[in-house]
Design a protein. Structure first.
Length: 341
C-alpha cells in the first residue's frame, strides 16, 4: 500500500480498489495483459468508452498517470494481435527492446502483442486504441512482415492522416450504421492499417532479401489452397522448389509457424462466411478444414471471444441472417462508457 492509499478512509480505499480492478480488466481485455502501477491514488481514476467494429476493439481512454510492464510470460498468454494507438492530449512513452517511441497528438503507434517492454504515462492522457486480431488482417496485404513497433507521424504520412480522420469520422456515425455499413467500415480500417505497415517496409540485404519474398509467396499459396484439405509443409516446399527446412525458416523469420498461419487464414475465411453467407456453421467448419463444428467453435471462441453463432447474430449481414438469426438491431452496439471516477 502506498502512503497516499494509507491516508484514505476505508470506504475511499474500497472504491479505489474497485476502480483499479475494472481498469486493469479493461486493459487486459481490450489491449493486452500487463502489470500496471498507478502513480497516484487521488482524484479521478479514468474512464473508457467502447466503439467496436466487429472484431476490431476500439476504445477511447482517459488515462491517469500510470506505469506498465509487459514481460515474456504475459506476452505468451495473449493471442497474436496488433495494437494501434492515437492520442489527442498528453503523451505515453513506450520502451521496447532497443527502441523508444512516444505516443503524442499527431502520432500513430502500432505495436504487436508479441512485443515486451515498459511504458510510462507521466500525466493525464486522452488516447484511442484499436486491438486488431491477426486473424482479421489475414486477408489484407501487410507486406513481408509485421513489425513489433511502428511510429508514424500524421504530418508526414498520408495513410496515417487518413487513419486518424477515419477514426474521427466513425464518431459521427457509430450507432447509426447498418450491419453492412459496419462491416464495410471495418474492412476500410483494416485496409488503412495494412497499407501503413506495408508502406513502412525497409529493403532487406543479403539472405534476408530472399526469405521475406518467399514468405509472401508461401502465404499466398496457403490462402489459395485452404479449401483443398490439409496444408502440409512438404507440399509448400515442393510447390516452391525449396527444402522443408527453408519453409520453416521463412516463417520463423517473422516469429510465425506454418500451423499458426494456416489457422489464422482458416479462421479469417470462416469468419467472412459467417458474416456474409447463410451457410450453416457445420458447413463452414467442413469447408475450411476444421474437424467438426465443435472444433471450429473452440478455435473461433478462443481467438474472437464469441461462439460462431453469437458472432453471426451480432455482426452478420442480412444475407447471413436468412438462416433465422435476427440481425436487425444487433449489428452494432451503442457506445458504452465506463466511468471510473
Amino acid at each position: 500500500m502506498t502512503p497516499a492509499q494509507a491516508t484514505l478512509a476505508r470506504s475511499d480505499r474500497a472504491a479505489l480498489e474497485e476502480h483499479d480492478f475494472h481498469w486493469r480488466a479493461a486493459v487486459r481485455d481490450r489491449l493486452a495483459s500487463m502489470e500496471l502501477r498507478r502513480k497516484e491514488w487521488t482524484g479521478s481514476f479514468g474512464s473508457f468508452r467502447i466503439r467496436d467494429l466487429g472484431d476490431l476493439l476500439i476504445t477511447d481512454w482517459e488515462c491517469p498517470p500510470v506505469e506498465g510492464v509487459r514481460g515474456n510470460n504475459l506476452a505468451r498468454r495473449d493471442d497474436d494481435a496488433l495494437l494501434v494507438f492515437t492520442a489527442s492530449a498528453g503523451k505515453q512513452i513506450i520502451e521496447l527492446a532497443g527502441q523508444t517511441v512516444v505516443l503524442r497528438p499527431g502520432a500513430v503507434v502500432i505495436t504487436s502483442t508479441r512485443a515486451t517492454g515498459t511504458f510510462v504515462i507521466p500525466g493525464r492522457l486522452t488516447k484511442r486504441t484499436i486491438r486488431v486480431p491477426m486473424t482479421a488482417l489475414a486477408s489484407f496485404d501487410t507486406g513481408s512482415r509485421v513489425p513489433d513497433c511502428l511510429l508514424v507521424d500524421t504530418a508526414e504520412n498520408p495513410l496515417a492522416k487518413l487513419l486518424q480522420d477515419f477514426l474521427v469520422g466513425i464518431d459521427g456515425h457509430y450507432g447509426r450504421m447498418s450491419s453492412v455499413e459496419t462491416e464495410t467500415a471495418r474492412n476500410a480500417l483494416l485496409t488503412l492499417i495494412a497499407g501503413m505497415i506495408r508502406a513502412s517496409e525497409l529493403p532487406d540485404v543479403g539472405e534476408g532479401e530472399l526469405l521475406p519474398l518467399l514468405r509472401r509467396q508461401l502465404e499466398t499459396w496457403i490462402m489459395n489452397h485452404l479449401s483443398g484439405g490439409a496444408v502440409r509443409v512438404q507440399d509448400l516446399a515442393a510447390a516452391h522448389n525449396v527444402a522443408p527446412r527453408t519453409v520453416h525458416r521463412a516463417f520463423e523469420a517473422t516469429g510465425d509457424t506454418v500451423g499458426a498461419v494456416v489457422r489464422k487464414h482458416r479462421l479469417a475465411a470462416a469468419r467472412d462466411e459467417l458474416v456474409h453467407t447463410n451457410l450453416s456453421i457445420a458447413a463452414i467448419a467442413h469447408r475450411w478444414g476444421f474437424c467438426d463444428a465443435s472444433h471450429f467453435g473452440r478455435e473461433f471462441r478462443r481467438h474472437l471471444s464469441l461462439s460462431p453463432g453469437d458472432y453471426r447474430e451480432a455482426h452478420g449481414t442480412p444475407r447471413s441472417s436468412e438462416i433465422g438469426v435476427a440481425s436487425e438491431g444487433v449489428a452494432w452496439r451503442q457506445p458504452t462508457t465506463r466511468r471510473l471516477a
